[in-house]
Design a binder for this molecule. Sequence first.
Ligand SMILES: [Zn+2]
Length: 629
Amino acid sequence: MSPKLTPAFEAVAKAGRRFTRAHATVPETLPSHASMMTGLYPGGHKVHENGRFLTTTHPVLAEELKKAGYNTGAVVSAFVLAKRFGLARGFDVYDDEMSDGTNERDGAATTDKAIAHVKTLSADKPAFLWTHYFDAHAPYAPPEPHLTAAGGQPYLGEVAFADSQMGRLITAFKAAAAAAGRDAAVVVTSDHGEGLGDHGEAQHGNLVYQSTMHVPLAMSGPGVSTGEEDTPVSTRRIFHTIMDWAGRPTPESLRAPEVTSEVVLGEAMKPHLQYGWQPQIMAVEGTLKAILAGPTEVYDLAKDPNEATDLKTAATLPAAIRMAMDDYPVPSLVAPAAAPSALDAEAKQKLASLGYVSATATPTVRKDAPRPADMAHLFSVIDEASGLFVQQRYAQVIPLLQKILKSDPNHLDATMRLATAHSALGQDAQALAAFKRAQTLAPESPDVKLYLALHHAKGPRWPQAVPLLEGILANSPERLPALETLALLREREGKTAESLTLFRKVFALRPPTDVEAIRFGQLAMSLGQTDQAIWGYERAREGQGAAFVGDLELGVLYLAAKRLGDARQSFDRIPSSHPEYPMVLFKRAQVSVLLNEPGKADRIAAAKRGADATTRRLIANERLFTHRE
Ligand SMILES: [Zn+2]
């Protein structure tokens, strides 16, 4: 990549320090960022793939900085980093709004939002801002002049475009810092690279070669040594570096003149967890790189940067690399019961500092599990099937899934997607057959249980979904599709209070739709939970604007909550064409008396004039109307 394409990155590297051998922890967006935000390898933070949830077990950078008095903001550009996946913890502002109808946001729109945020920052507080760009992910469609500048290569054009946007942001951020009389520190990195055909991989996520694991890293700011640093490092240490800036120095900080060297680790578990293939772990020390994926490959990165020739020296690997790979905790779809650990406290402490929880779990690896690098011929069909599946084009995806299963009959994800596609097409018998097959492949898999539950929930067998969902939520309480479905089923069972509790959990992870907000308001109202009901109706009103038809209910709720001014506004918004207008007049008169408005007598008269059978009786019995002073 020519430095001319990335002047903003080059400027940071020139003003500060460039790490020529930085590595992502996972070649996938969510888990890689989870490492930067926790300082842990995925073995520690447990997010190995996109679509999972970062649990609240470990402190995250934004949380720590907030405690230290920082304003914390984030602007992200892909659905895979949405609030619901757990990275928003500790951020005062977490902007995950995508462009309309898409799963991503253009770098220019993201930069506009980030700069707008910078302008809201006040000088009396230090600030931390994380901005994420997604442009350099497929499909690549860079705007001019970046495509031409990149010699017509679309991927490089996207990188150049993202760099130009980042440059705009860094300028604004530094100007705000200068105006506040503060130092500015900048860290620029990437969550992963792109295969572009390397070892048969077009995109990223399936393999751990340098094309996707080796990433740019540069930082500038107070206390940063300048120049190039060629010690191999992991981007997880960005956590420690920023904590160091915030006043908590640690040997893992990358700011110090002497960068502590260590065996740098990385993993790609998606093929293991989703397809049932071999788990992949990489370890880099000095110029040596080993990949454990069934057999162990060894490369000399200095002589062979493209990892073309396996040195076949696995037997004589340095002890540090061998130990780090052997100890690396390989996840299973279901974590086996932890065996008692033989490690002493000091060893545990050391493992924890490396991002391990403890290497106790024995992974379940399929007996015929292939080495992912040997399955590259399937990557393109898997990617294509994945794309169609996400677009819900189920009829088209089925032949592709069958093609994958012909080549790899025990492929778990293809089996589950086949079941789900049949389910979506209303082909119950084929769906159940495929689910049965998936259960044989992974009897304890929460994913299999979840998709089977979603299938049951759609039809007359919905009661069978309930215990499955309860089981999933017992282990992962934040699993959104399980929460959403169980909330609906609880309502169907007549367990309104439980339904409401579940909906509250859902809406903590994503905002309600307008229909859901109204339904939530109605259910809460039926249970007399006034504050909750008001919350639901207010959300629906925010979303629907002039189309909102719940002002009568909302006004009644405000009245019950003694929020008389709000109640008056709600009733005054209701047009006389409302089918229950007599009730509106009655309620409005009540509010008028309670507020002691000068026109209260007119309001009572209007309620009487417009009354129907119901309100006539209510008016007659209303003591507010008879006790006039
Ligand atoms: Zn990414």
